[in-house]
Ligand binder design. Sequence first.
Ligand code: AMP
Length: 370
Amino acid sequence: MSDGPVLGVLGGGQLAQMMARAAKPLGISCIAIDPNPDACAASDAELWVSAYDNRETLLKLAERADVVTFEFENVPTSSLELLEGRVRIDPNAEALRVSSDRIAEKRYFESTGVPIGPYREVSNAAELDVAVREFGLPAVVKSCSGGYDGKGQRVLRTNVDATEARAWIGETRCIYESFVAFDRELSIIACRSREGEFVAFPLAENTHEQGMLVRSVAPANVTDETETQARRAARKIAERLDYVGVFAIEFFDVGGRLLANEMAPRVHNTGHWTIEGARTSQFENHVRAVMGLPLGSAEATGHSVMLNIIGKRPAPDALAGVTGAHIHDYAKAERKGRKIGHITLTGPDATICREQAEIVNGRLGNLMPG
Ligand code: AMP
């Protein structure tokens, strides 16, 4: 056990794993908490197998760690309350509160002047009927909390879908969103330090299938005006929240106008390309920010395409003859619809990089959830 600085992480998945890997060269060790004894962060962090709200574990963590952070936003309120005042927590509780509830998040975007699409809170069949009348179809209904990777959400296209939704919605607090006919999906990964230093990586263009991210291309081919809209929104949100650490905002690009979809108060899948594709990775910058260190440059070093490996490991020759490919295997068991690794292709030429990515993509045997 080292005597150096210690970062506590709630969650022991691949985000904690990559965070811990980035922390090591900075002389920082990580303790990850996860109820799963097979949590993959054990490869790079000291893993404490425990429930997230176990009092004894949290008190011990508050004693051992200099700072506590997390890799997911649905941290139990009781855990935060126990840690607060005992150890520094970043990002702060307000950032978690805002981003762990879809309605709170939309209201926050509205209050900061960040454009969003039409939405309404619906918690029963009668409210659903009102929303269908008001906004029409198609629409997306998502549970307000707990959903990720397309889980907890359904698209309503027809009146039959809307009628069926009356039955499954029950008493669940949901958000009814008009279906946005976007041209593409973009995300920004940004980071703010304790001193208010702010850096943002170039935008990534993302492709989702069945609600799951399958590909990110960065830097996205966008105008300066689009880049500025995203940076401005990210900066405003970070400053108002007095945010410390890395966060992501996902946008729908509708004819050059960005509508914010959601925010994640953590390192994000659409920023994995930064490990090889930027001067400083999102993981290193997150560690730097929360540990009170100066931030590194978020400049891209070339062009990158990140492909998620979902459900099944690619064949050993999947990268044969391909240049600039970096494979990350999270050492997780294969399971349909589960992210078990990613591949980033990098290079100085956007076209070549994208062509190489298409070759690899064609060789992936991803097993999607549906
Ligand atoms: P989310 O969990 O909100 O990130 O949604 C996952 C994915 O579903 C998004 O990245 C989009 O591809 C799609 N999606 C979510 N909400 C909408 C919407 N209101 N209109 C169109 N597509 C959506």
